[in-house]
Design a binder for this molecule. Structure first.
Ligand code: ADP
Ligand code: MG
Length: 273
């Protein structure tokens, strides 16, 4: 079943609320290179609570790297990243944390991530994919974890697939389970890395609709890398165009994606059409 259609978006009201809200993600002078090749060249970015930011840019421009750094899946060379005011992955003395502690910190600081290829546990049912991490990382009791998993599956329109294994679900359903799993620890920020680019075209909308509802109905803070320009125009408050390791252009999504000011953004949007 397809999730119900979402409310219309009151842009002015959203913009006002976002302007008044606290920063959810603060990135200062982030530098990251692979084998001496610069991928992120001193990037600055602040995302406010409740804001939805679309991250656009050509393939290889560093969108995934940026999202992975925010979630501390990737180390970086210099600069700071704070999520709701806290640095992920280092203790109060600036020492690097162990992977286990980082998993706990992610949960505590509140970052969730959704990947292009779903990354579900293949041998676990939809319910177990969500309940498992709640038990291992959040230390929620088995009974409560199962209850929360069912509630989350309901939220993404998949209550009826709770006992299904990933391989018996469509790509769209798998990605909705992945979203539900990322939401389980109640993250302050959800990072989505090209959440629909691995999907057959007819399955894209059910996933975008779930994401739209998270934005409009739940006011969730999201940073989404995507090539779905019309979706970005519709749902994102702000669009960011990344190229050559920095932000080439950013602005209110509808304006920027309708009338880009920068030639590179313009060219990119032409090609995407
Ligand atoms: P995007 O998501 O925008 O397509 P990526 O963040 O995946 O871009 O990649 C940015 C650049 O970093 C690319 O040139 C890519 O080849 C390189 N890169 C990404 N991951 C690695 C890695 N693990 N090792 C070496 N180079 C990488
Ligand atoms: Mg990528």
């Amino acid at each position: 079943e397809t999730p119900k259609a979402a409310h219309p978006i009151n842009r002015q009201k959203r913009a006002q609320a976002i302007a008044a809200s606290r920063p959810a993600v603060e990135i200062e002078n982030l530098k990251k290179s692979y084998d001496g090749r610069i991928v992120l060249d001193g990037l600055d970015l602040t995302v406010r609570l409740g804001e939805v930011v679309a991250l656009l840019g050509p393939s290889g421009s560093g969108k995934s790297t940026l999202l992975r750094c925010i979630n501390r899946l990737e180390p970086w060379d210099s600069g700071t990243i704070r999520v709701t005011g806290r640095q992920l992955g280092v203790d109060e003395y600036g020492r690097a944390l162990s992977p286990r502690s980082i998993a706990n910190a992610r949960a505590a600081v509140g970052v969730g991530m959704v990947f292009q290829n779903f990354n579900l546990f293949a041998h676990m049912t939809a319910r177990e994919n969500i309940a498992g991490p709640l038990r291992w990382v959040q230390r929620v009791s088995a009974k409560e974890a199962g209850r929360q998993a069912d509630e989350l599956l309901e939220r993404v329109g998949l209550a009826h697939r709770a006992d299904a294994l990933p391989r018996h679900m469509s790509g769209g359903q798998q990605q909705r389970v992945a979203i539900a799993r990322a939401l389980a620890p109640n993250p302050a920020v959800l990072l989505l890395d090209e959440p629909t680019s691995a999907l057959d075209p007819e399955l894209v909308n059910e996933v975008l609709e779930v994401i739209r509802r998270l934005a409009v109905e739940d006011g969730l803070t999201m940073l989404i890398s995507t090539h779905q320009i019309s979706f970005a125009k519709d749902v994102a408050d702000r669009a960011i165009f990344l190229a050559d390791g920095s932000i080439v252009e950013e602005g209110p999504a509808q304006e920027m994606l309708t009338r880009p000011g920068n030639p590179r953004t313009r060219q990119f949007l032409q090609v995407m059409k």
